[in-house]
Every structure is written in C-alpha cells, then in structure tokens.
Write a protein that binds this ligand. Structure first.
Ligand code: MCN
Ligand code: MOS
Length: 764
C-alpha cells in the first residue's frame, strides 16, 4: 500500500471484504492470465463459421443476388439470402410491446443503410467463409440516401411530444430578460467502440438453443431469441460470463444474432459469427448525432429567468431512437420559465442506440457550455454562476432531491483543483507557447431502479456461491456481489464465489442506465439474509445442532464461524456445523419484487424494461451528481489541445467499492475526453457510408492522451435510491466532461467551439 492508498482506506471501510472496502477485482486474475473464457473462445464440436455480406448502397432495393460461385467454393455449407434464410417470427420490443410484423427477416431486401446485412455465407472454416463472401454478387436499384442531419433532404423531422417539458412562459421571459445568450451545439455520430466485437456462437439441440454471446441483458435477449424461433423462454440459454466492454451496445439481440441462430438451426450444426471491426460500426447504432439550441435569459446578477431549448437527433429510416436532449437542461438549474422540445430526423443509418449516458451526455454539452457563455457575458465566474442558479429542488418534477451533494462537489473539486487561482480573462494564462485554460462543468445521471433476484448457497465446506444471470462487462459486479454476500453472511470474501452470465441462473434485468449495482447488491443482500436466517434457524432448532442446547434466540456468524453473540457455548466453523447437521447446502432465492407479484410480472420485470421504477417516484427525485474541473493546454501555433489535468468530485451516494467506483468514473472521464477531442463518425456524402469505421481512423484516446485524473467522492448514503444507499456510478462521469473541456478551451483561446470534437482546424 502506498501512502495515497492508506489515506483512502482511512475514509473507506476498513475491511476490504466489506461493502465499501477497496477490494481488487475478483475476476482480475482470470482475465490477466487468460483463464477467463469469452464468448467466441468456446470450442465446440462441428463448429461452422458464418460471415456477413453488407450492402454497398445506403438506400434502395436488392434486385438480385447471385450465390452460385459462392455455393461451390471450398468448404461452403450454405449461402443465406432473404430468399433462402428460414422465416423467423417478429419479436416484441424492449418494453414488451408486440411486433408490428408477424415475421422477421434479418437479411434485407430493402436497404436503408450502408453495410446492412443482405446475405451470409456459412463454411467449415472462417477463412473459407470470408473468401466465399467475395464471390456473392448483389445487384441493387439505388435511390438517393439522406446521409446525415445536414442533408438537404433531411427536413425538420418528427416532433416527439413526450420530450416536451414546459413551465412558465419561457419565450416571453427570454424576450424580456436583460441579459441573453443563444447558441447552437452539435455532437457527431459516435460509437461505443468496445474492444470485444459483437458476435455469437449459436447451437441447437432439438428445440433447445444455447447462445454464447457477450450480453448486457441475458434474460431480455433470451426472450427475443425465444420469440423469433417460437420456442419457450426456458429453452433458450444465453451464456456470457465475461464481456470485453459494451457501453450500451450489447443489450439487444440484433440482426446478425438472428442470422447466426437461424443458420445453426438450418444446418443442424453450431455456428460462430463475429462481426469484423467495420461491421461493428454499422450492425448496431452508436450515439446519434445531435443538434441543440440553448437560449438563456438572465437578470444582471446572473439569475436565470428563462431557458428555451430545442433539440434534434438523427434516427433511422426504419427505426426510432430518441436521445433525450432536454434531460439535463430541465433539472440542472433553477429557472421560473422553461421550454424544451425535440424532433428526430430520419437519415439512412442503422438505428442509433444507447452509448454511455444516452441523452444526459449530449444534453449536458448544450446546457453546460451555455451556462459558461452566460457567465462570460456577465463577467461572473462560471463556478459562481452555477451556485447562483443552484436548484434546491428538482425544477421539473418539483420534488425534493433524495440527496444532492453537488454544492459539496463544486467545493471539493474547486479546492483540489485550485480554481481560486484562475484568472478570469480568456487567453490570460499561458506557459510559453501553450495557452492554458481552466474550465468547469457539472454532470448528472438519474438513479434508475428495478427489481432483482439472486440465489445464495451456503455449501457443506463453508463456501458460499452467489448466482445471478446478471453480468460483469468490467464494472465490478463480481466483486461487489462477493463483498455484499461476505458481509451479510459474515464469511471471508475468499470463501465466496460469484457466478454470473448464465440465463439459467436467477433472473436479472438489463445492465443499463447504471442500475445493476444498486439492484443486485439489494437482491444479494436479501438472498444472503434469507440464507443466514435459515442457517441460524437450523443451528438453533435442529436436534443434531451443537447450539440447540443453548436455548438461545439468536447466533452470530463472523469470519465464517458460528457462535452465540455473548460468547457462550460452542463455536463452530460453517463447515463443521454443516457436517454436524448433515446438510449439503442451504440455498435461498431472494428477490426485491413485491411479495404478491405474479409469475407474469416477474417475467416482465426481467425480460423487458417496462417495470423499471421511475427515478421521480413518490416524494423524491433521485440523481447522481458531479463537477468536473479541467485544465487544457492549447498550442498557440498548431491549435492542438491537450487535457493536462482533471479533478472531478462526484456524488454517487454510498460506494460499494470505492476502488472500482473510481475506476468507473475515470473510465467515463477518459471516454469524455475522447468525445471532446477525437471521436467522430464521418459519413461519405456520395455513398452514405461510414468511412472511418475502424480503430485506425475512428480516433479514440490512448494513454498518451490522458493526464492524471483525480476523483473525489462526496456522496452520502441515499436510502431512497437503493437498498444499501448507493446511487449510479457507471455513466455519471461521462456527463459534463466534454463541456468542461470546451469551456477550458474557450478560456485558453477565447474561441468557442460548439461542434464536437474540438479539432485543431476549428481553432485556427
Ligand atoms: N459502484 C460502486 N458504488 C455504487 C455504484 C456502483 O462502487 N454506489 C461500482 C461497482 O463496482 C459497480 C460499478 O460501479 O460494479 C457500476 O455500477 P452501476 O453504476 O450500477 O452500473 P452497472 O453495473 O449497471 O453498469 C452499467 C454501466 C453502463 S449503463 C455502461 S453504458 C457502462 C458502465 O456501466 N459500460 C461499461 N461502465 C462500463 N465499464 C466497463 N468496463 N465496460 C463497459 O462496457
Ligand atoms: Mo448503458 S449506455 O445504459 O448500457
């Protein structure tokens, strides 16, 4: 331990294994040594390989496909086209709404985006399948594509009424405000860019389907497969113990998933299909490109009188994605008058999807830059500006915050960063030819809640097994659930093994919206509590129990040993006790659903998102909060921007494991640095094609781009947010970091860049 670590340990739980302890990732050694087996590493007998053929146009019809040459190529087992692939049934959406069409074909006849799957080759080897795809000839009847939001054909789009938020008279109050700013902010198409690609291995045994596929939602995806193939939900088993990142992209079964599962059924052999890197940019959607206009009217003291916000995001021609752009705008600052509206515009793209903090992330880019512009206009320090307009309650829901340590975050962050030493004028701080800029921005993410289920088993040897069909894609689920079970049962954490990533374990809902940790610690706490009650009940009442003679009404378990709390009578290890009473195991299944829930409600809770609990339910409005302080250095001659320092103070309530929460926050900050300076999906205007769909041209931050990042936890336990008092961690820190950088760049250069990413040509 370094001195730094010790200092942390003092404020966290003293015991590593307890909830709140800085236990290292329990899955770490398996990952470092290569023992962890990822989905595509399964070795199955008779495995075949499928490779997809993607459309080379962005809009039009497939008029003909010539498969003859491919079919006779070495090793080829089948060439699938819209005409030859088996017919699937339509599946319900993630709310559980029934499908619009009764059948589903995952290979397209009507092309709505470049790269859309139109055919697939299955062969004995991967190389044979790749070679044969080059022999598949596809003819198209091409029609003009709407390439992106700036396309003249795109139009204003469709108004999404559900996104409208209004109170007071925002337009009139804005018109009358003595100080006004109004600006447009744009974010480009961005991608989740997880290291592990998408893909799967599908195997049928009779009408039972096993899928090895990286997944953020085993139960939801199992439902989709079951519906596509018309088999009972229980017949589908998804396996996904390790995942190389998802960032929102791996929650749904997608067209390529359907192709592989259908091919396996048709051939009667297991099929492996893994998307290549370019296909990972077109087979599922990243963050939609967005445009926002933010108008703020204030009085001369900086008090906001009105916010008028208009947003647009791109969606697909044949699918709907709404990126809620007014989500942060409507809650961050107190204002008597407010109006936010949003449209979506259809363009020829794959349906955009969830990328870490969908909605909140671009929303914060708009409002957190705009507030900085207002501060500059008024000559008020941007941190002070935020305090002047601090929202003491949720301005939209008009409810009290469950907990909001944002003021504490501003104070702690400013102190650690040295904000007081900032000189207010742009271009007033420099280090030789490097202009120095300091920027601040806030972030937030709602506490999304749902019910969870877990099985906890106390084994004959005293070990404990926790089972859940939830997942760990790197956040730390294995570790925090081991800590929760260890603390609740009073056993050393090394005796606990957590098994995740199998849909035949106790059910779990989606790992999205930063909810899993709160949901699953609650479920494991409950199941472990039930297992403990059973253990103690047995010890007190079983005739074979050495404790029975004590006539006690309770016992305690500490460090895996059972004893009377007053130290009377025997003391036995759990293993000795289990032997004495002749038990193999004690098993408890616990869930946080209301006791009278029907099986249908339980099924719906785990396989759809329809039963999530609103974050403004009851008397409280529940959010995590953060404040980012950023220093940038901008080269005066070249316009290159480097982030040289980040200090972020964050309120995620109680932390289950501060070491892992810090790592999550830093991950979000790093991703936010990428968003601010590097990431941008570029569309070729002639063909509507993503031209930088690879890791060489789609720029992502590397270690050399990332400075030392300091994170400070300012959270306090929030009893209204989760069973153990934690709020969400996973997405919080990616919210607000890009505007903090944009504001720092303005402070350094005097130039406002309102289009992400902030590349050097925009500064020259
Ligand atoms: N945690 C904590 N204290 C809390 C809450 C969480 O210590 N009060 C820590 C735990 O280690 C927990 C982790 O933070 O495992 C994340 O918890 P939570 O905020 O509940 O988020 P989820 O477990 O639901 O994870 C999903 C979230 C989302 S939605 C995206 S997107 C995202 C993210 O997590 N994708 C990730 N973090 C990611 N991290 C990795 N490595 N890879 C991804 O794809
Ligand atoms: Mo996260 S984008 O909600 O999976």
């Amino acid at each position: 331990m370094t001195v730094h670590d010790l200092k942390h340990a003092a404020s966290d739980s003293a015991r590593l294994e307890a909830v709140g302890g800085r236990l290292s990732r329990v899955d770490g050694p398996a990952k470092i040594t290569g023992a962890a087996k990822y989905a595509f590493e399964q070795q199955l007998d008779g495995l075949t390989h499928a490779v997809l053929v993607g459309a080379t146009i962005a809009a039009g019809k497939v008029t003909a496909i010539d498969t003859r040459a491919a079919e006779t190529a070495p090793g080829v087992l089948a060439v699938l086209t819209p005409d030859t692939i088996m017919e699937l049934r339509g599946a319900s959406d993630w709310f559980g709404n029934p499908p619009a069409l009764s059948t589903y074909c995952p290979l397209a006849r009507e092309v709505t985006f470049s790269g859309q799957h139109v055919a697939a080759v299955v062969a004995e080897t991967f190389e044979q399948a790749v070679a044969a795809t080059a022999l598949v000839k596809v003819w198209y009847d091409e029609t003009p594509a709407i390439v992106d939001l700036s396309d003249g054909k795109a139009g204003d789009g469709i108004a999404i009424d559900a996104m409208t938020k209004e109170w007071g008279d925002a337009q009139a109050a804005f018109a009358e405000a003595p100080v006004r700013i109004c600006a447009a902010y744009n974010t480009p198409r961005e991608f989740q860019a997880a290291m592990e690609p998408h893909g799967l291995i599908a195997r049928w045994e009779g009408d039972e389907l096993t899928i090895w596929e990286p997944s953020q939602w085993l139960d939801g995806m199992a439902r989709t497969y079951a519906e596509w193939f018309g088999v009972p939900f229980e017949n589908v088993r998804l396996v996904s113990p390790y995942i190389g990142g998802g960032f929102g992209s791996k929650a749904l079964a997608l067209a390529h998933s359907a192709v592989a599962a259908a091919a396996a059924k048709m051939l009667g052999r297991p099929v492996k299909l893994v998307l290549n890197r370019p296909q990972n940019f077109t087979s599922y959607g990243g963050r939609a490109a967005t445009r926002q206009t933010v108008a703020i009217g204030a009085d001369k003291t900086g008090r906001i009188q009105s916010i008028v916000h208009r947003g647009v995001n791109e969606t697909a021609v044949d699918g709907m994605w709404v990126e809620p752009l007014g989500s942060v705008t409507s809650i961050m600052y107190a204002t008597p008058n407010f109006s936010s509206k949003q449209n979506v515009v259809r363009v020829n793209t794959v349906v955009p999807g969830a990328k870490r903090a969908p909605g909140e992330n671009p929303s914060a880019f708009g409002i957190e830059c705009a507030i900085d512009e207002l501060a500059h206009e008024l000559g008020i320090d941007p941190l002070e500006m935020r305090l002047i307009n601090y929202a003491e309650q949720d301005p939209h829901a008009k409810k009290a915050w469950s907990t909001r340590q944002l003021r504490e975050a501003f104070a702690a962050g400013a102190e650690a960063f040295g904000w007081a030493k900032r000189s207010p004028q742009p271009r007033s701080m420099r280090d030789g030819r490097q202009l120095i800029g300091w920027g601040v921005a806030a972030g937030t993410y709602p506490v999304r809640r749902a019910h969870g289920e877990a099985v906890v088993k106390i084994m004959a040897d005293g070990s404990v097994v926790v089972e859940s069909s939830s997942i760990d894609m790197g956040q730390g689920t294995y570790t925090i659930l081991a800590q929760t079970a260890a603390e609740t049962l009073g056993v050393p954490v090394e005796q606990v093994s957590v098994k995740l990533g199998d849909s035949h374990f106790a059910r779990a809902g989606v790992t999205g919206g930063s909810r899993l940790a709160g949901v699953m610690t609650g479920a494991v706490y409950k199941a472990a509590g039930q297992a403990l009650d059973e253990l103690i009940g047995l010890a007190l009442s079983d005739p074979r129990s050495p404790f029975q003679a004590l006539q006690a009404n309770t016992l305690s378990v500490k460090d895996g040993r059972i004893a009377s709390p007053r130290g009377e009578g025997p003391e036995l290890s759990i293993a000795e006790f289990m032997a004495a009473v002749g038990r193999d195991q004690i098993e408890a299944k616990g869930d946080t659903m209301p006791a009278n829930s029907t099986p249908e409600q339980r099924y719906k809770n785990y396989t759809t998102i329809a039963m999530a609990l609103p974050h403004t339910e009851g008397d409280w409005s529940r959010y995590s909060w953060c404040a980012h302080f950023v220093e940038v250095k901008v080269d005066e001659d070249f316009g290159t921007v480097r982030v040289s320092r980040v200090v972020s103070a964050l309120d995620s309530g109680r932390l289950y494991n501060p070491k892992l929460a810090e790592s999550q926050w830093k991950g979000g900050i790093i991703m936010g640095i990428g968003q601010a300076l590097l990431e941008e999906g570029i569309v070729d205007r002639r063909h509507g094609r993503i031209v930088n769909g690879n890791f060489a041209d789609y720029m992502l931050p590397t270690n050399a781009d990332i400075p030392d990042i300091q994170t400070i936890s300012v959270g306090i336990p929030d009893p209204h947010s989760s069973a153990l008092g934690g709020k969400g961690v996973g997405e919080l820190a990616i919210v607000g970091i890009a505007p903090a950088i944009a504001n720092a760049v303005f402070h350094a250069t005097g130039k406002r860049v309102r289009d992400l990413p902030i590349t050097l040509e925009k500064l020259i």
